[in-house]
Design a protein around this ligand. Structure first.
Ligand SMILES: C[S@@+](CC[C@H](N)C(=O)[O-])C[C@H]1O[C@@H](n2cnc3c(N)ncnc32)[C@H](O)[C@@H]1O
Length: 249
């Protein structure tokens, strides 16, 4: 079950436990104010997240969710704001529910560290899950002799990269809309990924199946357990990122 569904179910369970607790308190003549009830729901949901062994940061989200709903509801904002916000989030994080790969960007230093890893002469480069296209524009500025492709499944990031390549005049950058799982990796000399631990085993199998001998697969931050990387490049950025590099046999 995706963690977000577990988190949602825990919120419902937390709400039910809070209602039960409120009844018990009422027996002793005590009433629970809305914010107190929301906080109690958050505590139950956070404890549930720990018991369900969700990642630690889910506890913070679980704790704050219901109190924030109560606080924001008190602000009496017009209802269309919530629909608009929801639509915007869906457009940006379109596939995150299914893929468990959200949008976050490679740091400037990672993008700089990629430049010396590019092959000499003309080459083709593919960023699988290319976000808003920043990796591709930076590399094309540093190495104009490459042909850069990105595939992205979330509509808004894809649109931003598509516009960015046109407005910024990057004729050697190409934004493809779709799933990386339907993208053949055989035409590319370098494939770059910055995803999450979840798809790495399947991506590695795809890399092995499709990439040609002598070509390079680079993963920012997430490695695979199957085969140790041929090289690791540490990057001195905020996250102390690492680039894991495999040359295809
Ligand atoms: C962590 S971001 C990396 C963005 C960019 N590559 C970078 O390094 O700055 C991962 C991106 O992969 C996209 N993504 C996740 N699963 C995907 C899939 N199956 N096909 C295409 N894109 C996907 C997400 O929408 C997100 O924009």
């Amino acid at each position: 079950m995706p963690p977000i569904v577990v988190a949602l179910l825990l919120q419902v369970l937390g709400g039910a436990l809070t209602v039960g607790t409120a009844y018990l308190l009422a027996i002793f003549g005590l009433t629970l104010p809305p914010l107190g009830a929301a906080f109690m729901t958050g505590v139950y949901a956070a404890l549930g997240a720990k018991a369900a062994r969700l990642d630690t940061w889910w506890m913070g989200i679980q704790l704050c969710f219901a109190p924030l709903v109560v606080l924001v509801s008190a602000a009496s904002l017009p209802p269309w704001i919530w629909i608009a916000l929801f639509a915007a989030l869906v457009a940006v994080y379109w596939s995150t529910f299914r893929t468990q790969v959200p949008l976050y960007l490679s740091s400037k230093r990672v993008r700089q560290a990629l430049v010396p890893l590019l092959p000499p002469g003309r080459f083709t480069f593919m960023d699988v899950g290319s976000g808003v296209g920043g990796v591709l524009t930076d590399l094309s500025a540093a190495r104009g002799d490459g042909e850069y492709h990105g595939i992205e499944s979330a509509p808004v990031p894809w649109l931003v990269s598509w516009l960015r390549f046109r407005v910024g005049a990057h004729p050697n950058c190409h934004a493809h809309f779709g799933s990386l799982w339907n993208q053949d990796l055989a035409p590319y000399d370098v494939v770059f990924a910055y995803l999450s631990p979840v798809p790495m085993a399947a991506l590695w199998a795809k890399v092995r199946r499709e990439m040609r001998p002598g070509t390079t697969f680079i993963s920012n931050s997430f490695t695979v357990t199957a085969v140790a990387p041929d090289r690791i490049v540490p990057v001195d950025d905020l996250h102390q990122s690492q680039l894991f590099i495999w040359t295809q046999p």
